[in-house]
Design a protein around this ligand. Structure first.
Ligand code: AMP
Length: 297
C-alpha cells in the first residue's frame, strides 16, 4: 500500500502514520523527521534546511524530492509506505507522480485529515509539553509564532494539493477532530473500502452493512474507481443481513406452534433483516409465508 497523509501541522499525520505502520507493517516516510535528522547530523542538507525549518518555511522542492527518491528505493519501502509531510507543494506532487510512474508503482490514496485551525495551536502546545515531559528536546518550530507561519505556508503551498489529488480521484477526507482511535478507525475503514488493505479488525460485526455503506459514501465523494471496490465491500458486509433473513424464515418454520409467538419471532427477525435491502426483501418473503400459513389454518 502506498499512501499520503495530508493535513496542516498538528493535524495528527505523524500519530496516524505510526498507527498505520503498526497495523499494516509498512514504513512511514516523514520528510520532517528526515530533515531533523539531517540537521542533527550536520549534513549538507541539514545545514541548508536548518534555518528554513526554524522559521517555518519550506525546504526547496528539489531537496525533499531527492530525499524521497532515495528513500523509496530502500528495501523496507518495497512493501509500501506512508508519506507524512510529503508532498507539500504541487511541484513535489508532480515529481512524486513521475517517481512512481518510472518505477511502475501506484499510489493507493491520499488521506486528508481535516481539522479546525483553531484547535491546532492547542495541539502543538500539547505536543511540546509531552516532549518536554519525556525529557526530549522540543522542536524549534513548535511555537505559536512559527506555527502561524507554518499554517500560512500550508494554506498557500500545500492546500492546493487537495484539488490536485481530488482531480486525480485519489483524495479521501477524514474528520481529524475526533479522537485518535476514531480517526484511525475511519482511515482503516476507508482503506478497506477502497481495497487498499484487507478489511478485518476494527469493524464491529454487528453493523457492518451500515458502516460499509458509510465508507462507500465517503469514497464516492472523492473517488470513482475505489467507490466500485467500496460497493463490493459493502456487499460483503451485507452478509449478516442475509443471515438475519434466514432467521426470519426459520421463525416462520417454527410458527407451527403458537400463532402469537410465531408472529412475534418473524416480526423480530424481519425487523433485524430490514436494515439492508436484501435483508428486507427476504424478511418480507418470510412474513408473507407466515401470513399464508395462517390463512390456511
Ligand atoms: P513536519 O515535521 O512535517 O512538520 O516538517 C517540519 C519542517 O520540515 C517543515 O516546517 C518544513 O520546514 C520542513 N519540511 C518537511 N517536509 C517538507 C517538504 N515536503 N517540503 C518542504 N519542507 C519540508
Amino acid at each position: 500500500m502506498r499512501l499520503i497523509l495530508l493535513g496542516p501541522p498538528g493535524s495528527g499525520k505523524g500519530t496516524q502514520a505510526q498507527r498505520l505502520v503498526h497495523k499494516h507493517g509498512i514504513v512511514q516516510l516523514s520528510t520532517g523527521e528526515m530533515l531533523r535528522a539531517a540537521v542533527a547530523a550536520g549534513t549538507p542538507v541539514g545545514l541548508q534546511a536548518k534555518e528554513i525549518m526554524a522559521n517555518g518555511g519550506l525546504v526547496p522542492d528539489e531537496v525533499v524530492v531527492g530525499i524521497i527518491a532515495d528513500r523509496i528505493e530502500e528495501p523496507d519501502a518495497k512493501k509500501g509506505f506512508i508519506l507524512d509531510g510529503f508532498p507539500r507543494t504541487v511541484p513535489q506532487a508532480e515529481a512524486l507522480d513521475e517517481l512512481l510512474r518510472k518505477r511502475h508503482l501506484k499510489l493507493d490514496a491520499v488521506v486528508e485529515l481535516r481539522v479546525n485551525e483553531s484547535a491546532l495551536l492547542a495541539r502543538v502546545e500539547k505536543r511540546a509539553e509531552e516532549t518536554r515531559a519525556r525529557g526530549e528536546e522540543v522542536r524549534l518550530d513548535d511555537t505559536p509564532e512559527v506555527l502561524t507561519k507554518r499554517l500560512a505556508q500550508y494554506r498557500s503551498m500545500t492546500e492546493p494539493l487537495i484539488h490536485y489529488y481530488s482531480e486525480r480521484r485519489k483524495l479521501l477526507t477524514v474528520d481529524g477532530m475526533m479522537t485518535i482511535e476514531h480517526v484511525t478507525r475511519d482511515i482503516n475503514r476507508i482503506l478497506a473500502a477502497i481495497g487498499a488493505v484487507e478489511s478485518k479488525a476494527d469493524e464491529p460485526a454487528k453493523k457492518p452493512a451500515k458502516s460499509a455503506s458509510k465508507a462507500t459514501k465517503t469514497a464516492k465523494k472523492t473517488t470513482k474507481k475505489p467507490a466500485k471496490k467500496a460497493t463490493k465491500s459493502a456487499k460483503t458486509a451485507a452478509k449478516p443481513a442475509r443471515k438475519a433473513a434466514k432467521g426470519a424464515a426459520k421463525a416462520v418454520a417454527k410458527a407451527k406452534g403458537t400463532n402469537k409467538g410465531a408472529k412475534k419471532a418473524a416480526k423480530k427477525a424481519a425487523k433485524k433483516a430490514a436494515s439492508t435491502r436484501k435483508g428486507a426483501k427476504a424478511a418480507k418473503k418470510a412474513t408473507k409465508k407466515l401470513t399464508k400459513k395462517r390463512a390456511k389454518r
